[in-house]
Design a protein around this ligand. Structure first.
Ligand code: KIV
Ligand code: NA
Length: 277
């Protein structure tokens, strides 16, 4: 198949068209994403919710991220791969964060890491990682790892305080050396304002059409989990329904002894079997 070369950091920082990012958590998903020609794959800590069945992304460990990022890398060797630093790996300071990020680069082949927030500690971490040569993507607006402190998983930036937090955060992340920043669940007009104020590309999720790129969770784009669709999501396939229907058909054919058929079965010379009688 014809896979374009992995985009370089300068190419990602000066995109000629909107950047496309999607999450992936395993080898097959990574192959799908690379085959579709996305610009970036995010091994998000949404892993915890959509794949591992945790209550919150705060439960995701570095071990979880390494395990899944390695599988994604093998499935998409030619796609720029960003890996989330999970909660707890950068809250204790820049040295510990650097150790975690080095692990993701060395053991999983991460091209960049992402972290949430822009308080003094996070800015410190960004500077330390960037100085060590590890590209960092920021993330402002709704911050799932610490959503409890934000009053739950809810839209941010509708009041002056949280709007300013998102804007100042994005500006500070750019200053600290981040190469891009995710804007999550903020009003479209605020995202447009932030996008106009910083040079590095903004990648939105629930942040309107004026960001420099868009990101969605694999399971959301493809409808892997059936049920209602979140406002920030548009579904491009019904994989969940197809999976359920396919498995139901398999179950029915097994029960009716219609599977396996001759085409799925192996043969042996009669002579060989005769000797066993
Ligand atoms: O973990 C994740 O999937 C993310 C995206 C929603 C940006 O951080
Ligand atoms: Na995340």
């Amino acid at each position: 198949t014809d896979v374009p070369k992995k985009l370089s950091l300068p190419q990602l920082m000066h995109p000629e068209r909107p950047l496309v990012m999607v999450t992936a958590y395993d080898h097959a998903q990574a192959r799908h994403a690379q085959g579709a020609g996305v610009d970036l794959i995010l091994v998000g800590d949404s892993l915890g919710n959509v794949v591992l069945g945790y209550e919150s992304t705060a439960q995701v460990t570095l071990g979880d991220m390494l395990h899944h990022a390695r599988a994604v890398r093998r499935g998409a060797p030619q796609t720029f791969m960003v890996v989330d630093l999970p909660f707890g790996t950068y809250q204790l300071g820049a040295e510990e964060a650097l150790r975690a990020a080095v692990g993701l680069v060395q053991e999983a082949g991460a091209d960049a890491v992402k972290l949430e927030g822009a308080s003094a500690n996070e800015l410190d971490v960004v500077r330390r990682l960037v100085a060590a040569g590890i590209p960092v993507m920021g993330h402002v607006g709704l911050l799932p790892q610490t959503a409890t402190a934000q009053g739950g998983l809810r839209v941010q930036g509708k009041d002056e305080g949280s709007a300013r937090l998102a804007l100042d955060g994005a500006l500070a992340l750019e200053q600290a050396g981040a190469f891009s920043v995710v804007l999550e669940a903020i009003p479209a007009a605020l995202a447009a304002l932030i996008t106009g104020r910083i040079q590095i590309p903004t990648i939105g999720i629930g942040a309107g059409p004026e960001c420099d790129g868009q990101v969605l969770v694999y399971h959301d784009v493809l409808g892997v989990n059936e049920g209602p669709v979140m406002k920030m999501v548009r579904r491009y396939a019904e994989v969940g329904r197809q999976s359920r229907e396919g498995l139901s058909a398999f179950a029915a054919e097994v029960r009716a002894r219609e599977f396996p058929g001759p085409a799925n079965s192996f043969s042996v010379d009669d002579e060989v079997l005769q000797k066993l009688y």
